[in-house]
Design a protein around this ligand. Structure first.
Ligand code: NAG
Ligand code: NAG
Ligand code: NAG
Ligand code: NAG
Length: 776
């Protein structure tokens, strides 16, 4: 493992796999496709379905005492499969696709059975001590439960003895449907051979979400992607969908017999506006995760998408609210008068009860779907789709990732209690076997979230797509499945965030806090005043300054929200010097607080150096916020946030001719009313009053010392305001300020070139998350 990883350092492979936090099950030689997971926290087991096998792992340590059952297809089935033209080794096996809790002692399990789906019951016992793991010999037909083809997916859920499954139900993989089987009712499914209902779908998830406090209104929601309906899109396109059904739907009486009468679907949009006015759509829905809230009727839906384009590779995460989803299902139905017509919102009279409403006392006043008036069933049959799509919360993705050689595949989200509130931490799986751990932090308001990448980890010994993911809050572990095996990793590794309060704080990992001696797991229940954490701002000044560790701070760290003034056509240097050699720094610029951040690239005027950012020939438009970010061992920290104000020369002139004494006694009056301005003005005067003071460093050192004294224990970064005199400007070209800076700049240019080369390699590792453009 080590050697393989060392060849490929960009993936942080060595670091991760070498750390003993990751536990892996490397798979059996005669198995693969560890894709079907069932987490049982009560029994402390993770049941995994794979090729020809079912495993039961100990949640504490998956490699410790696992049990396995082999359930291959019979030799006869394998032969039949081969004769039907399928690949014996890759397709003619029993790939486990369904694993659902059935009753207190048994699970329901289905597999492809070498293109002949089969199901059975798996005994797991009632209590953990029972340690039973046994497959019942009795086998049932698995049609409408598991697909025939192992490449196809099934989204399934077993509730009240009934199995809901979105799958394909034939050998050819053409008859896709949403089925309900098992239980006391006749099996029921979606209308067959009607592409308006389903058009070559791929199901990714199914969930029950209550609609009211009355269980009669319970709805089943399915998440899938499919081909756009005929006439819905020019050319071939994939659309992401959410479909709904009533749990108590029994089908129609005369029409839609044993078919759903309450099925409706709507498109899920996840897109970003393009510079050319054309939106970039992420349509290939890959996975969904429902984050519960206080109200069981309104979970937040997290969905992972990729693009359909072969040229443009990208992934995105969008969030949806149930309010928006219900509004769309209560909105206009998509309607068209014939095959050559456009889809339009249905304007006519909608029959009563409104199709899609569950039979219940709450809304309908009818007892079963068999009692629905014929016109309702007829309308439902021809109007399965809603006209309006569902837009994500805030109309944009919360994460967009493009220009990388991987795509997102899976997501799970954990709600974490931190000192300053609750945070959703996302674990995103990729198709190269890595996990991104990302936290959304509100900036000011809930509608403005900032995503911070906390860690990126390689969890498999070779690049392989993560196909299954479960999170155990009880164990504080994440479990991952791929073609090659199963891995287990802790949700937090607070110890990687260093040995200082500031680093722990800057990591902004809501799982971790400084406990006085080390960075460790934060427990909101333990009300210990010594715990230090600040997720929202990651500000160690407020959190750590009274601790013994200010040495750490003084040497290195932040002075957030500092204002610096520069003079038009002169230069300025924003120092940002991370303590660690391994940290990669980069700069972001924001015109104003709520504006979109952009990375500053080096050019003629902006020179990134190891010590900071040199801005030559300041322009008025350079005013704004500069953020210096450092990325190291998987976490990102904002080292510095400077507001730069560029003052034009005329204004400077005014200031210079102002009576000095008056200015000294009432310095703030003529100046912009920023609190820190007083300080600057005084510093500025001391600079112009000492023309002999050539070295800006010298000058800054003085200012720095004074401030340090003034602020006592508060730490900060050196801010160098470089202001030149007009005579100097005439002698110098390109606006480089004084001899000191000029020399500095030349040396730096060479250094910078070198740095660029080094950073190219490093950037791959850091995987900065792009922030999606605001609004559509
Ligand atoms: C696969 O190999 C394991 C031993 O590693 C064995 O126990 C199991 O029965 C084999 N499975 C099949 C389907 O042959
Ligand atoms: C898990 O179990 C394996 C095998 O017993 C052991 O080598 C390993 O150290 C354990 N890992 C952890 C994190 O407990
Ligand atoms: C659960 O279902 C299985 C399979 O039908 C059955 O054999 C078993 O007795 C049931 N267990 C309980 C506790 O009902
Ligand atoms: C700044 O420099 C540019 C180019 O050298 C010049 O055109 C401009 O007038 C200068 N602005 C001021 C305010 O001196």
């Amino acid at each position: 493992i080590r050697t393989k990883c060392e060849k490929d350092e960009t993936k942080m492979c060595v670091e991760m796999l070498a750390s003993n936090n990751l536990v892996t099950f490397d798979g059996l030689a005669n198995s693969s496709a560890y894709h079907t997971f069932l987490l049982d926290e009560e029994k402390g087991r993770l049941v995994v379905g794979a090729k020809d096998h079912i495993f039961s792992f100990n949640l504490l340590n998956i490699s410790k005492d696992y049990a396995q059952i082999s359930w291959p297809a019979s030799p006869t089935r394998r032969d039949e499969c081969k004769w039907a033209g399928k690949d014996l080794s890759r397709e003619c096996s029993n790939f486990i696709k369904v694993l659902q809790p059935f009753n207190q002692t048994h699970l329901y399990v289905c597999g492809t059975g070498a293109f002949h789906p089969v199901c059975s019951y798996l005994e797991v016992g009632k209590k953990p001590e029972d340690s039973v793991f046994r497959l019942e010999p009795h086998v049932e037909n698995g049609r409408g439960k598991s697909p025939y083809d192992p490449k196809l997916l099934t989204a399934s859920m077993l509730i009240d003895g009934e199995l809901y499954a979105g799958t394909s139900a034939d050998f050819m993989g053409r008859d896709f449907a949403i089925f309900r089987t098992l239980g006391k009712h006749h099996p029921i499914r979606t209308e067959q051979h009607d592409s308006r209902w389903l058009n070559d779908p791929r199901f990714v998830g199914v969930h029950l979400i209550p609609e009211s406090d009355n269980p009669e209104d319970d709805k089943i929601y399915l998440f899938f992607r499919e081909n756009a309906m005929d006439g819905e899109h020019v050319g071939k396109a994939t659309h992401a969908r959410i479909g709904q059904l009533c749990k108590n739907d029994l089908g129609g009486h005369r029409s839609l017999v044993n078919k759903w009468t309450t099925f409706l679907k709507a498109r899920l949009i996840c897109s970003v506006p393009g510079s050319n006015g054309i939106d970039t759509h992420f349509d290939e829905l890959q996975d969904v995760f429902l984050m519960s809230t206080k109200d069981p009727k309104s979970p937040v839906i997290y969905a992972v998408f990729t693009t359909s384009s072969n040229i443009f590779k990208g992934s995105a995460v969008c969030m949806y609210s149930m309010t928006d989803i219900r509004r769309v299902f209560l909105g206009p139905y998509a309607h068209r008068d014939g095959p050559n017509y456009q889809w339009v919102p249905f304007q006519g009279r909608v029959p009563y009860p409104r199709p899609g409403t569950c039979p219940s006392k709450t809304f309908g006043g009818f007892d079963t779907t068999k009692d629905l008036p014929d016109e309702v069933v007829t309308f439902a049959r021809s109007h399965p789709a809603m006209f309006n799509p569902v837009y994500p919360i805030n109309n944009r993705p919360i994460i967009v990732k493009t220009d990388v050689d991987y795509q997102f595949t899976q997501i799970v989200v954990d709600k974490v209690e931190a000192e300053d509130g609750q945070y959703d931490v996302m674990f995103i799986g990729t198709d190269i076997g890595t996990i991104l751990k990302v936290v959304s932090i509100p900036r000011g308001s809930w509608h403005d979230l900032e995503e911070v990448l906390l860690e990126e980890m390689t969890v498999f010994r070779e690049p392989t797509a993560i196909k299954a993911m479960e999170l155990s809050t009880k164990q504080q572990q994440l479990y991952l499945g791929s073609d090659i095996g199963v891995s287990q990793m802790p949700l937090h590794r607070c110890e990687v965030y260093g040995k200082a309060c500031a680093e722990c704080c800057l990591a902004r990992d809501p799982y971790c806090a400084w406990d006085g001696t080390e960075c460790s797991r934060y427990f909101p229940m333990a009300k210990r005043r010594t715990r230090r954490q600040d997720i929202r701002n990651g500000d160690p000044l407020t959190q750590c300054s009274d601790l013994q560790h200010h040495d750490e701070l003084n040497g290195q760290m932040t002075l957030l929200d500092k204002t610096v003034y520069g003079v038009e056509n002169s230069s300025t240097f924003l120092e940002c010097n991370p303590k660690s050699q391994r940290a990669l720094t980069y700069w972001q610029y924001q015109r104003s607080f709520d504006d979109h951040k952009q990375e500053i690239r080096s050019d003629e005027r902006f020179i990134r150096t190891e010590q900071g950012l040199l801005i030559r020939t300041l322009h008025k438009k350079d005013s704004g916020i500069y953020l210096c970010q450092a990325v190291e061992h998987g976490f990102m920290q904002t080292l510095l946030k400077v507001t730069l104000e560029v003052i034009d020369t005329n204004r400077l002139e005014e200031l210079l001719h102002h009576d000095e004494e008056a200015a000294a006694s009432a310095p703030a009056q003529d100046l912009p009313s920023t609190p820190s301005h007083k300080l600057w003005y005084r510093d500025f005067l001391s600079l112009v009053n000492h023309p002999t003071l050539n070295s800006v460093d010298e000058f800054c050192e003085q200012v720095w010392k004074r401030e340090r004294k003034h602020r006592k224990q508060k730490a900060h970064l050196v801010q160098q305001v470089q202001i030149h005199q007009q005579q100097q400007q005439q002698q110098q070209q390109k606006g480089v300020v004084n001899p000191h800076t000029h020399m500095h700049a030349q040396g730096l240019a060479a250094k910078w070139k070198h740095l660029q080369e080094r950073q190219k390699g490093r950037n791959r590792r850091t995987h900065e998350l792009e922030r999606a453009p605001r609004s559509v």
